[in-house]
Write a protein that binds this ligand. Sequence first.
Ligand SMILES: [Zn+2]
Length: 267
Amino acid sequence: MSTLRKPLNPEHFIMNLVNTFSSALLLAASITAVSADEHPVWTYTGEHGPAHWSAVDHGFAACEIGRHESPINIENAKPAPPKYPRLAVSYKTLPLDILNTGHAIQFQAQASDSKILLGKGEYQLQQFHFHSPGEERFGGKSSDMDAHFVHKNSKGQLAVLAVQFNIGMHPNRELQKLLEQIPAEPGKEQKMDNVRIDPTALLPRKRGYYTYDGSLTTPPCSEGVTWIEFKQAVEISQDQLEAMQNYYRGNQRPVQPLNGRVVYEVK
Ligand SMILES: [Zn+2]
């Protein structure tokens, strides 16, 4: 059955226009950069992409005005002075929860005694997550994927260990355990009490690194983060890379200016 539309009289026509206009206004007002749970929405492309992160939320100002931002392109590193605090990694096998953040796959360390030392400074492992391609550039080039191991000391200061992954002959066994447990839905967290992971198996054998003073590579882009970038990459298989890229591909912030910072090399 069909209904015939009544012809609009001019008054109705005006009212309809007004209604349409106010609906459009309401719609425009509701399309702000805030999601249903009030977290400001930022992305890696388009109008809320990296060039506009500071406009998404007042708290993200450092993304634009920060002078010590990450990631950077690493070249022309200087040898670290002898007194510069050296890295020691002390990771233990531990249970993890997996969080699909909407921007990356993140593995949350449950209370653990996994830590790194920088000189005498102690930083506890909080979480690690993956970017593809890798965010750091080495002589202008990215790796296929990286992992950022985020640590915090008792003062709340952050130190991030960055590991590069490239496609090679062999899969990484520890990474495989993680890939099998990832929750597909953004915002979901998966408890993984039955799987224990040794994060050491995700690190390169040779522990030479670059280090510099930088920031979070995602909003709020907070500075004061000590970065440690292992020079040797870890091998993964094509299948493993694709499995991670099925969740997130292109979650890579553009290179940020060095602004006079020095990058040190530790052999
Ligand atoms: Zn990261």
